[in-house]
Design a protein around this ligand. Structure first.
Ligand SMILES: *Cc1c(COP(=O)(O)O)cnc(C)c1O
Length: 449
């Protein structure tokens, strides 16, 4: 009769599998061997047989290999959500990747002025190109847009009042709420108007000698419809300037191109904000700009200078990798090649025919149907707006089980289940990922469907 005593000891397994110790370390290997033996014990209880040493080692090795994978790793985004915050927002252009590689591998001029042979400023690398593509007189970059909003409020309105419409007291997600950020900055928030209607006179009546700033936050991730009224930015800046006050415009997405050209609603652009007279315009680097995580601030030179000198600026400064990638991304706009070179804009501007051709390639490899579906921009931009697409729906019995299996592929594939169908949208799958995606799809038809 077989008993637990017939199972190999951990010591014996360690001797047989000493190469595992070399590769994964003693502690991890012992743990993996224990798990393998424990699994064998459970199997014995339910009538299984004693596994050999080799089988136990193979099990332990599979576990070790799985655990040695970094938990932050690439995935294939087949959801059709272009700026997917949980999947890392904007993929970078080839030029942005090359720029990161170039400064990451060695030393750089991050804060070094080659002509003077002395200390330089990290902002100089980005300010000129920011001025060129936005038309703003000055600009700076911080770690992300949330940090940019906190810095601007702290530097311009701490200990004084900042006026904002009740319709713009937004939450972006990840617990970033405008009223909380205001409080954190030390600015006193003065709310005007109502949730659905705010008029110019509401702002005018709220201005006091204590007012330092008027804030506009773009309600980027929701829509208020029906009986609504808000103040156009140019009317707001005319009022503010007549009273000697600056206007801060938190745009969120910060599109530099017109989303309206692709059948989407028009997302306000940075250039429009500036020409409507906003004194400071804030936006993210990794939303519709299509670059790395960053917060970009452009506008009046004297205000940017005040922000630069604020102690918070040092705490939220961008790293060299983000600066390199951001400069390379902005360069695409300057050269007029953003639609071809920046992945986010390439995905937005893809034609339905091109998407259908990709889906057909997948369908040639795996049984399934090509169905009309909708992609979204995501990233808290353009809520409710969709782009028509063609999705591939592999023939599977249980869509949720199949989606789960795709997530376990290497690289993992993230798909969508809608109307009891598994859907994969070619729009957000990078062309060079097609082969990996097809081999993941093969695992669906291999076993359970
Ligand atoms: C996304 C967003 C932010 C936060 O930007 P991060 O770059 O994610 O920090 C702030 N304000 C608005 C209006 C946004 O849409």
């Amino acid at each position: 009769m077989t008993s637990f005593r017939d199972l190999p000891s951990i010591d014996a397994l360690l001797r047989a599998g000493h190469d595992l110790v070399g590769r994964y370390g003693h502690a991890r290997t012992v743990e993996a061997l224990r798990q393998a033996v424990e699994a064998a014990r459970q199997a014995l209880l339910s009538g299984g047989s004693i596994p050999g040493v080799d089988a136990l080692l193979a099990q332990a090795e599979a576990r070790l290999a799985r655990e040695a994978q970094p938990s932050l790793r690439p995935v294939i985004n087949a959801t059709g959500v272009i700026i997917h915050t949980n999947l890392g927002r904007a993929p970078l252009s080839a030029a942005a990747l090359a720029a990161i590689q170039a400064v990451a591998a060695g030393y750089s001029t991050l804060e070094y002025d080659l002509e003077a042979g002395a200390r330089g400023q990290r902002d100089t690398h980005i300010e000129r190109i920011l001025r060129e593509v936005t038309g703003a007189p000055a600009g700076m970059v911080v770690n992300n847009n949330a940090a940019g909003v906190l810095l601007a409020l702290s530097a311009l309105a701490a200990g004084r009042q900042a006026i904002i419409s009740r319709g713009q007291l937004i939450e972006i997600g990840g617990a970033f709420r405008i009223p909380d950020v205001m409080r954190q900055s030390g600015a006193q928030m003065v709310e005007v108007g109502t949730t659905n209607r705010t008029r110019l006179e509401d702002y005018a009546n709220a201005i006091t000698p204590e007012t330092a700033l008027i804030v506009r936050a773009h309600p980027s991730n929701f829509r208020v419809v029906g009986f609504t009224e808000s103040v156009p930015l140019d009317a707001l800046t005319t009022l503010a300037h007549a009273r000697g006050l600056p206007v801060l415009d938190d745009l969120g997405s910060g599109a530099l191109l017109d989303t309206g050209a692709f059948g989407l609603a028009h997302e306000p652009t940075v250039q429009e904000s500036l020409s409507a007279g906003a004194d400071l315009v804030l936006f993210s680097g990794d939303k519709l700009l299509g670059g790395p995580q960053a917060g970009v601030l452009v506008g009046r030179a004297d205000l940017i200078e005040r922000l630069r000198r604020h102690p918070l600026a040092r705490a939220i400064r961008p790293d060299k990798l983000a600066l390199a990638a951001l400069a390379a991304t902005l360069e695409h706009y300057r050269r007029g090649e953003a639609l071809e070179q920046i992945p986010v804009w390439r995905m937005i501007s893809l034609s339905p025919d091109a998407i259908r051709a990709r889906a057909e390639r997948w369908a040639a490899a795996v049984p399934g149907a090509i169905v009309p579906a909708e992609s979204t921009v995501g990233g808290g931009s353009l809520p409710g707006e969709t782009l028509p697409t063609w999705a591939f729906a592999p023939r599977v019995a249980q869509p949720n089980v199949a989606a789960d299996r795709l997530r376990r592929a290497d690289p993992p594939v993230i798909a969508r289940v809608a109307d009891d169908r598994l859907l994969l949208d070619p729009r957000t799958v990078l062309p060079e990922q097609d082969d990996a995606l097809i081999s993941a799809l093969h695992t669906l038809t291999a076993g359970e469907g």
